[in-house]
Design a protein. Structure first.
Length: 237
């Protein structure tokens, strides 16, 4: 499933929330935050240990940021396939870098290997060689290349997946969100399935990609979270 957490004002989730998210999505952690000193997005990802992930999260400055907890549904469980992926240039699965635009994903693109012929045909020879040298691929990794080649606007055709593009435009950090995000406290989150099950009951209902799906629903006494359907653009400044 994965979970994306967006903090537009630099506030951070609590340790218990972090632990719950990790417990439900423990295949790797990544963070991207706006570096005010140079106007770029700093990325640190591929953290496979919960304690180390929390220490890194605690250490980031109070700046607009996005974090991602991975639950692998496509591709192997390796650091290089943790999110985010850069989309300003070809992502080579580096674990620490600065970029002007990166991509996060919650969901699965079932036919993602169909992107490969287009990618191979569209990359420059030097880029193609770098692509061939990556350790493994995933749906989000291939989508990051498609976005780099064409536009992040292609993401609207891959909903109900949730997507977050963290970008620098006109010297300011911006975020473009596609999919069903929810308002949780001071954050936008891609789902709430990481919350303790004691706070929920469940029922069967119709889904988008399957005939039936299991959905969590908050108890009536719980505060309802605001839903953001389809695509929603939020600017920090």
């Amino acid at each position: 499933m994965c979970v994306i957490v967006i903090s537009e004002e630099g506030k951070k989730i609590g340790k218990k929330e972090f632990e719950n998210m990790w417990e439900a999505n423990s295949h790797g952690f990544g963070v991207a935050y706006y570096n005010k000193e140079n106007g770029l997005i700093y990325v640190k990802k591929g953290i496979m240990d919960e304690k180390e992930a929390w220490e890194i999260y605690e250490s980031i400055p109070e700046a607009p940021h996005i974090i991602h907890f991975r639950l692998a549904s496509a591709g192997s469980r390796i650091p290089g396939l943790c999110h985010p992926f850069r989309i300003d240039i070809l992502d080579t699965q580096e674990l620490e870098y600065e970029a002007s635009r990166v991509l996060f994903h919650n969901g699965t693109v079932a036919d993602y290997r169909n992107f490969i012929p287009t990618i191979i045909a569209s990359l420059e020879p030097e880029e193609r060689e770098k692509f061939f040298n990556v350790k493994d691929i995933s749906d989000t990794y291939l989508m990051s290349i498609m976005v780099k080649l064409f536009s992040y606007k292609v993401l609207k055709f891959y909903i109900p997946s949730r997507w977050a593009v963290f970008t620098i435009e006109d010297s300011s950090p911006q975020i473009i969100i596609y999919g069903d995000f929810k308002k949780y406290k001071d954050f936008y989150v891609s789902n709430l399935t990481w919350k303790p099950q004691s706070q929920y009951h469940w029922y069967w209902g119709r889904g988008y990609q399957k005939d039936w799906y299991l959905r969590w629903e908050e108890e009536e006494e719980e505060e309802k979270d605001e839903e953001f359907n389809y695509y929603f653009k939020k600017y920090y400044y």
